[in-house]
Write a protein that binds this ligand. Structure first.
Ligand SMILES: [Zn+2]
Length: 306
């Protein structure tokens, strides 16, 4: 079932669990993730970041494939343009069949973030799609940005941001960061901050970015405190890379199809672990099929398919 993040995450708030949001940049990763979600009877969200699309994973190819997998899968599946902040790229998502976008105005001044997010939310909703906004700023793990509590989401601001922008999900900065943490470093997550935001916004789905490498205990506690969407990108990429590295080292002549099938399984196994960690296992049945997503057919955006 192909649907929006808003449809999936409403249930996650109601039943107090989180949905795994992860990235696939090829068929093997996409199938591995969908098979993990199907096995666990869990909803799942696919993220496609702007840089990912520029470097390698073209939405024109990936989104139709994920939508096809979604149509045959017994579980709800959404796609989300991750960290969209470029107006052209947002239009591009309208044209390429995404079901949702995350608009990232987190580096803008507060009032400007509200103004832009509200404008994007209106356009996104008119397409039948879902939208996530970000308040506070989730930085880069390698730079230890998660330690800087001045970047954390302010609960009172979060309340105003949610009311005025009309977003369907709010990404909060509470101690995690994007990418790989320095070796041996486990982020300190402010569960209190999550609970404060949750108590001010009892019905708003809250997203935790930078889930990779955050540690199982941290993730379980963050979900208990009120997180409903956990972004896990780096960990799945590492699982795919490590599988290929180890397998080609021990069996240099492995048939290519076998190698790709093995990578799919490695991704699927790890995605399954994240699904049970976030409590989304068995939750697919509570989500009704809703799909009013439109696609802009006749929109010319020059220079975006580089
Ligand atoms: Zn992110």
């Amino acid at each position: 079932m192909y649907t929006t993040i808003s449809n999936i995450l409403k249930d996650a708030v109601r039943r107090k669990y989180a949905v795994v949001a992860c990235s696939a940049i090829n068929m093997e990763m996409a199938r591995g993730i969908v098979s993990a979600a199907s096995r666990a009877n869990a909803p799942i969200i696919f993220l496609l970041g702007q840089n990912m699309m520029r470097q390698h994973a073209k939405a024109e190819l990936l989104i139709p494939m994920i939508r096809t997998l979604a149509e045959y899968a017994p579980v709800p599946i959404a796609t989300c343009l991750d960290h969209g902040n470029d107006p052209e790229r947002i239009l591009y998502s309208f044209r390429n069949g995404f079901s949702s976008i995350m608009y990232d105005g987190s580096l803008l001044p507060f009032e400007k973030n509200i103004e832009n997010t509200k404008r994007v939310a209106e356009a996104v909703h008119s397409m039948g799609m879902g939208i996530e906004g970000e308040l506070g700023h989730v930085g880069i793990a390698a730079a230890c940005d998660g330690r800087d509590s001045s970047l954390y989401t302010d609960p009172a601001d979060a309340e105003r941001f949610a009311m005025e922008t009309g977003v369907d999900c709010l990404a909060v900065a509470v101690g995690t960061a994007h990418g790989e943490y320095p070796k041996g470093y486990v982020p300190h997550i402010s569960f209190e901050r999550i609970s404060e935001i949750r108590s001010r916004l009892p019905e708003m789905p809250l997203a935790l970015h930078g889930g990779s490498g955050s540690g199982e205990e941290n993730i379980i506690k963050a979900v208990e405190a009120g997180i409903n969407k956990v972004n896990v990108v780096t960990d799945l990429f590492i699982a795919a890379r490590n599988y290929l590295r180890d397998e080609t080292a021990s069996h240099p002549d492995i048939p290519y199809i076998e190698l790709m099938s093995g990578m799919e399984k490695a991704v699927s196994l790890l995605a399954g672990k994240w699904i049970s960690m976030t409590g989304s296992e068995g939750k697919a049945d509570g989500i009704r099929p809703v799909n009013r997503i439109r696609t802009l057919e006749s929109f010319e955006v020059v220079g975006l398919s580089e």
